[in-house]
Design a protein around this ligand. Structure first.
Ligand SMILES: [Zn+2]
Length: 258
């Protein structure tokens, strides 16, 4: 199985990072995308891939970290994307949970789209609604401003929207990614979506160390816990765990070139 979104460079892994990484490969994890959240973290993500051939990286700035991107930061990010282990631009996107500065976030997001187009890389989108603004509606609006041929491919990480939005993203060429949230008690709507949309458009992820799936919710998350996400999706769809594992791995290969 392949985890499309992990943060093993997070301080939560400082005590045992190397042993944990080795144990991941021993427990059926084929690899993951180490996702950058700032210029500094993107640099660290690339550095991690250099020590471990099964780990790939993405380079980007989380919407909460945007204030820190200076011109020199953009040069650094562009340079990092030249590394062959960089497989995506992300995580980038829209997050209104701490306030609604749509114009600012949209302008930066469009710069990342330009970078993705120039480097021919897919994008990992972080999308979080807040303060009565539906961030998915805003991202769908932005994606529609690009002609089909110019629109970057991408994945909506830890999808949190409704079924109609998931279908709209898919029609725009996006993948929809499910994390441990799909196993949570209150996630009935999300489970309905995971059951309904085509398996060809689904990726799985952990977003570790956060969002640990049931039955380990509350514990530190890691890429091996992807199996609980896969199990849940397989149960919902009445299909084989192995089929979901292989299909989502293939989808990750197709989108991210891993
Ligand atoms: Zn993340």
């Amino acid at each position: 199985m392949f985890d499309s979104h992990a943060h093993i460079n997070d301080a939560a892994f400082d005590e045992d990072r190397d042993t944990l990484i080795e144990s991941m490969f021993a427990s059926g994890v084929d690899g993951w995308i180490e996702v950058g959240t700032s210029v500094k973290e993107s640099k660290k993500a690339i550095a991690l891939t250099e020590a471990y051939p099964k780990i790939f990286a993405s380079v980007g700035v989380h919407p909460h970290e945007l204030q820190g991107v200076q011109e020199s930061g953009w040069d650094e990010l562009a340079r990092l994307t030249e590394n062959p282990r960089c497989k995506a631009i992300g995580e980038v996107g829209l997050d209104f949970s701490r306030g609604v500065d749509i114009n600012f976030q949209e302008a930066i997001l469009k710069k990342f789209v330009t970078l993705a187009q120039a480097k021919k890389l897919p994008m990992i989108f972080h999308v979080r609604s807040g303060n009565d603004i539906d961030a998915h509606e805003e991202l769908i609006r932005i994606l529609k401003t690009y002609a089909d041929a110019d629109r970057p491919k991408g994945v909506i990480h830890t999808f949190s929207g409704n079924l109609k939005q998931a279908q709209e993203y898919i029609s725009l060429g996006m993948y929809v990614s499910f994390s441990g949230v799909v196993t949570f008690k209150k996630s009935d709507e999300l489970r309905e979506i995971a059951k309904t949309i085509p398996l060809e458009s689904i990726l799985v992820e952990t977003d570790c160390p956060y969002l640990t799936p049931e039955p380990f919710r509350g514990k530190r998350n890691d890429p091996s816990f992807c199996k609980f996400v896969i199990q849940t999706i397989a149960e919902l769809r009445g299909t084989d765990v192995l089929e979901v594992e292989q299909k989502t791995h293939n989808n990750a290969k197709k989108l991210l070139g891993v």
